[in-house]
Design a protein. Structure first.
Length: 259
């Protein structure tokens, strides 16, 4: 039986301040938790209604719970059999973007679903580091973790003064802006930093000034009423795909982040 203190701890991790204090975050579902464990994350505790979780990565004792108990601790509308408290990785010294690889920067992306999807997009396109402004959604938010579908295990997410990080970058800085040049007509470099902005306001003024290459994803329904803008996660996927389109697959592979 799960204790009241355990329930209290799990539910408290919905808040960022509590996650940071405890250095724990919640992950749910066999796939998400399994990918995190295989990727080097360590579990503090695991609660499950199923008993067939096998493999060396399930190294933590699994506490059995009932369906009702799992519903009490889950952050999902439909709990997925397993919930884990995962330990946050030890912070590593900050390394800055270089022209040797492609990286992402998120400037005020606030929707957890968008944040998680962007982590998943980065994973798919072999981008191993995302730099985030301090007002970007917390990657350890339960909704973000779930939206990554396990890709958090393969992508390092760094928070800091984004303008300062960009100033210290030794690579081209790309940004998607309304006054940018058609992305499909540009010669894009193998490495660089792609900046994506806030859902409503785009890239902030201080960061916009640091963008060296302005890109535009053109609207192909010119002259008639259409969507005002693209969802930031979709725009990120289109932009990353265009960068990778002309690159051999071997150059797109990226090492796993050290946890």
């Amino acid at each position: 039986m799960i204790s009241r203190n355990q329930i209290k701890l799990i539910r408290s991790l919905e808040l960022k301040k509590n996650r940071r204090r405890e250095q724990l975050f919640v992950a749910e579902g066999p796939k998400v938790i399994g990918d995190l464990l295989r990727g080097g994350y360590r579990a503090h505790s695991i609660f499950a209604t199923r008993h067939d979780l096998t493999g060396d990565h399930w190294q933590t004792d699994i506490q059995p719970v009932t369906d009702e108990e799992l519903r009490r601790i889950s952050f999902l509308q439909h709990p997925q059999e397993v919930l884990a408290l995962m330990k946050m990785p030890t912070e590593q010294p900050l390394s800055y973007p270089t022209d040797e690889q492609l990286s992402l920067a998120l400037d005020g992306v606030q929707d957890p679903g968008n944040m998680g999807t962007i982590v998943r997009v980065a994973d798919w396109f072999g981008i191993d580091t995302i730099y985030c402004s301090m007002d970007t959604a917390d990657v350890y938010n339960p909704k973000v973790v779930q939206a990554t579908m396990g890709s958090l295990a393969h992508v390092k997410v760094v928070y800091g003064d984004l303008a300062d990080i960009i100033r210290k970058a030794s690579c081209p800085v790309y940004g998607t802006l309304l006054d940018g040049q058609n992305i499909y007509e540009q010669a894009l470099t193998k490495g660089g930093l792609i900046v994506m902005g806030n859902e409503g306001n785009g890239i902030s003024a201080p960061v916009r000034e640091l963008v060296t290459h302005r890109l535009l994803i053109p609207n192909y329904h010119q002259g008639s009423e259409t969507a005002e803008s693209l969802n930031v996660a979709i725009a990120t996927a289109i932009t990353c795909a265009e960068f990778r389109r002309s690159q051999p697959l071997s150059s797109c592979s990226a090492p796993l982040p050290h946890l």
